[in-house]
Design a protein around this ligand. Structure first.
Ligand code: NAP
Length: 242
C-alpha cells in the first residue's frame, strides 16, 4: 500500500495537504504534535471523502520520538511504503534577535530544520529501495527573503531550502525528487494575529491565501507528472516577493 506522510497534519496547511494526498489515492499518515482533536478531524475528513489513513503522533523536534514512533511504524509495516513525504510541521516564535531567548532559537530551528533532517532520513531508504519517491518541504517567503523579527524562523526555513537543493542532487538518479513550497500569508492559526486587510495591501492579488491553494502546489510536486522537477522552490504567495 502506498502511503503519504504529512507532518503537522492536524491543522492549517498540513490538514489541507492530508486531504489532497487522500484525493490522490494515498493512505495518509497524519502526524501531529498535541492536538488530537484536530488530527482526528483531519482523518474524519479524509474518510468522508472516501479515503483512508491513520494518526501518527510524534514531535518532529525530537529525534528520539521520531525513532521510537516512526521507526517502529516502518518496521511494523513492511507492506506499506511511504512514497510521499511532506515536511510541513513548523512553528514561529518571533522576536528581535537582541532579545531572542535560547529556547526561541532552539525550538524553531529544531522543529523545521531538525524535523526535516530526522524524519526525511528515516523514510529515505524506503524510497531509494523502491527507486521512487516524492519529498516536498513546506518552507516560507521568510526563508527566501529574510524577515525582521524572524531570524530563527528565516534561518530554519533557509536551512531547509539549502537542504532541499542538496538532497535533490543526492537522490535524483534514484527516482526521488525533493522540492519546496514557499507560502506567503496563508489563513491559518499561524497568521491569526495578523490584520489581513492591512497586510493584503502588500500582496499583488490583495488577499491572504488559503491552505488548499498551498496543498494544490504540494499535490503537483508530489505527483508522478512532476518527475522532471527537482531542487526547486515554488512560491505560493500571491505575487508577494519583497
Ligand atoms: P499551524 O496552523 O500553526 O499548524 C501547525 C501544524 O504543525 C499543526 O498541525 C501542529 O500540530 C504541527 N506541529 C507544530 N509543531 C510540531 C512538532 N514539533 N511536531 C509535529 N507537529 C508539529 O501552521 P500552518 O500555518 O498550517 O503552517 C504549516 C507550515 O507552513 C509551517 O511549516 C509554516 O512554517 C509554513 N508556513 C505557513 C505560512 C502561513 O502564512 N500560515 C506561511 C509560510 C510558511 P498540533 O496541532 O498538534 O499542534
Amino acid at each position: 500500500m502506498k502511503c503519504a506522510l504529512v507532518t503537522g497534519g492536524s491543522r492549517g496547511i498540513g490538514k489541507a495537504i492530508c486531504i489532497k494526498m487522500a484525493a490522490m489515492s494515498y493512505y495518509v499518515l497524519v502526524n501531529y504534535k498535541s492536538n488530537e482533536t484536530e488530527a482526528n478531524d483531519t482523518l474524519s475528513r479524509i474518510r468522508e471523502n472516501g479515503g483512508d489513513g491513520e494518526l501518527i503522533q510524534f514531535d518532529v523536534s525530537s529525534k528520539e520520538q521520531i525513532q521510537d514512533v516512526l521507526g517502529k511504524w516502518i518496521a511494523a509495516n513492511p507492506d506499506r511504503y511511504i512514497e510521499v513525504l511532506v515536511n510541513n510541521a513548523g512553528i514561529k516564535d518571533d522576536g528581535l534577535m537582541l532579545w531572542m531567548k535560547d529556547e526561541q532559537w532552539d525550538n524553531v530551528i529544531n522543529t523545521s530544520l531538525g524535523g526535516f533532517f530526522y524524519v526525511t532520513r528515516m523514510v529515505l531508504s524506503g524510497m531509494l529501495l523502491k527507486k521512487y519517491g516524492r519529498i516536498v518541504n513546506v518552507v516560507s517567503l521568510s526563508g527566501l527573503k529574510g524577515l525582521p523579527g524572524q531570524t530563527n524562523y528565516s534561518a530554519a526555513k533557509a536551512g531547509v531550502i539549502g537542504a532541499t537543493k542538496a538532497l535533490a542532487q543526492e537522490v535524483g538518479r534514484k527516482g526521488v525528487t525533493v522540492n519546496a513550497v514557499a507560502p506567503g500569508f496563508i489563513k491559518t492559526d499561524m497568521t491569526e494575529g495578523l490584520d489581513e486587510k492591512e497586510m493584503s495591501v502588500l500582496v499583488p492579488v490583495r488577499r491572504f491565501g488559503l491552505p488548499e491553494e498551498v496543498a494544490s502546489a504540494v499535490g503537483f510536486l508530489a505527483s508522478p507528472e512532476a518527475g522532471y522537477i527537482t531542487a526547486q522552490v515554488l512560491s505560493v504567495n500571491g505575487g508577494l516577493y519583497s
